[in-house]
Write a protein that binds this ligand. Structure first.
Ligand code: FES
Ligand SMILES: [Fe+2]
Length: 453
């Protein structure tokens, strides 16, 4: 039995994820720098998988649309009259002009900026200048915008450039049921930051597929090693952490959380944010000054008892562990989520259109908004006023903060990317707690080699 399997305190009523046997990958620098490799990823992976791209509640009315870029493609998502959403390539079928350049808007018709062809929200062509001048006949009724399979789940719009794709539910596997319990479709956005970072997208995802770096990169200044075991209330030791990998390619890591643990100062005061969290749930931090390990269960009991009355109706769908612990999911290939009892921290890396040594990095946070709860929302970018309308911010890396933890991760990325070109780098040497890193690369190779589609 592995150390993580011996962990006694872990959720038992979530479905077990299967055991995987891996080939064991050595990650060489070529994978992070080569245009040829990036091209293979595009051709055989990016264009054949489900990608989370939009948010339903940003398109509430027919004609509302969002545009999102992934690699060389720009994809339009448009709310339809029947309430559904359709996705199209942002490409005019006349001579290929992009129909929109903005991120979102509302239209009666998309009017192409080149020759004014007018496309309806359902992708049909409504108007063409000089329609009688086309030797092959009036294109209206003949041409449509190129549609892409799309589905919605957890309030997000997912698209798949493969017309013969499996259903989103099939792709998400066990993640679907686990996320469904939270009602994330009702949660509101409290952070939305995007920046271009000078690294291959896999540098970002490798990082979020392991927690081995936490005690180094996120080490609080001045703290001793014992304190480091608890970071933001979470026990980061690999021996108490549960690591899982789904057949569909997704990863799950569960860390026990809600601890004051050793993060109590010499006077017995419990540090933030846990002290405020305890108070919010009608617990007195002073009661735990000599027993920091007891806060986890106390918080679980308080949330179980008080949650429904406070408007957290979905708590009844969750087990005790989910009321305090850190559930980290990595969705193959490019999407990482820390799912807290009251927060959905969404990290995504999107490939650059042409340069394998750059990627778009998104850091978003969604949180429930129960009626009657007025306390600010705790996010990775600090406290945000509840109910605040949060705009999507795009900026150059380093010109704004992403929030302390993510800034710390980002400070590491470029140094690693530079070494991917070094003659001195012989490839990775991975630990057991980095198995999900290895699997990410193994699956990419499987897609490229046609073993998965
Ligand atoms: S390219 Fe769109 S109308 Fe000509
Ligand atoms: Fe990190």
């Amino acid at each position: 039995m592995s150390p993580q399997e011996q962990a006694s305190d872990r959720p038992r009523d979530l479905a077990d994820w299967p055991t995987q046997s891996l080939r064991g990958h050595k990650l060489d620098g070529h994978r992070y720098t080569s245009k040829e490799f990036a091209e293979q990823e595009w051709e055989y992976m990016w264009t054949r998988i489900w990608l989370l791209l939009g948010r339903e509640d940003e398109m509430p009315n027919p004609g509302d649309w969002q545009q999102e870029e992934v690699g060389r493609e720009s994809i339009l998502m448009v709310r339809q009259k029947d309430g559904g959403i359709k996705a199209f390539y942002n490409v005019c079928q006349h001579r290929g002009q992009r129909l929109v350049t903005e991120k979102k808007g509302h239209i009666a018709r998309f009017i192409c900026p080149y020759h004014s062809w007018a496309w309806n929200p359902d992708g049909s062509l409504d108007f063409v200048q000089d329609a009688d001048d086309f030797p092959d006949g009036n294109p209206c009724g003949k041409l449509v915008l190129e549609e892409i399979p799309s589905e919605t789940f957890a309030g997000f719009v997912w698209v798949n450039m493969n017309p013969d794709c499996v259903s989103l539910r099939e792709f998400l596997g066990p993640v679907w049921d686990e996320w469904e319990a939270y009602g994330i479709e009702k949660w509101k956005r409290y952070v939305a930051k995007t920046t271009m970072v000078p690294v291959n997208w896999k540098v970002v995802l490798d990082n979020f597929n392991e927690s081995y770096h936490v005690n180094t990169v996120h080490r609080p200044k001045g703290d001793d090693v014992e304190k480091l075991r608890i970071h933001s209330g979470v026990d980061t030791r690999y021996k108490t952490t549960r690591f899982d990998m789904a057949n569909e390619g997704h990863g799950r890591m569960i860390m026990l959380g809600g601890y004051a643990g050793p993060a109590i100062d010499k006077e017995g005061a419990i540090g933030e944010p846990l002290a405020s969290i305890l108070t919010e749930w009608e617990l007195d931090p002073a009661d735990f000054s000599s027993r920091g390990e007891a806060t986890r269960e106390a918080l679980q009991a308080a949330r179980r008892k008080l949650g429904p009355d406070k408007g957290y109706d979905y708590f009844e769908n969750l087990n005790d562990s989910q009321l305090t612990d850190a559930y980290h999911y990595t969705l193959f290939p490019n999407f990482a989520v820390s799912l807290w009892v009251d927060g959905f921290h969404f990290l995504r890396a999107r490939p650059h259109p042409t340069d394998p040594e750059q990627c778009l990095f998104d850091n978003w946070w969604y949180a429930p908004d129960p009626e009657g709860v007025s306390s600010p929302v705790r996010t990775t970018a600090g406290l945000v006023e509840r109910g605040a309308a949060v705009d999507h911010e795009e900026f150059e890396a380093g010109t704004q903060t992403m929030g302390l933890t993510i800034d710390q991760d980002m400070s590491i990325f470029p140094g690693q990317q530079l070494s991917m070109r070094s003659r001195g780098y012989r490839g990775s040497y991975l630990g057991g707690q980095e198995t999900r890193v290895s699997r990410l690369h193994e699956l990419i190779d499987d897609y490229i080699e046609g073993k998965r589609s």
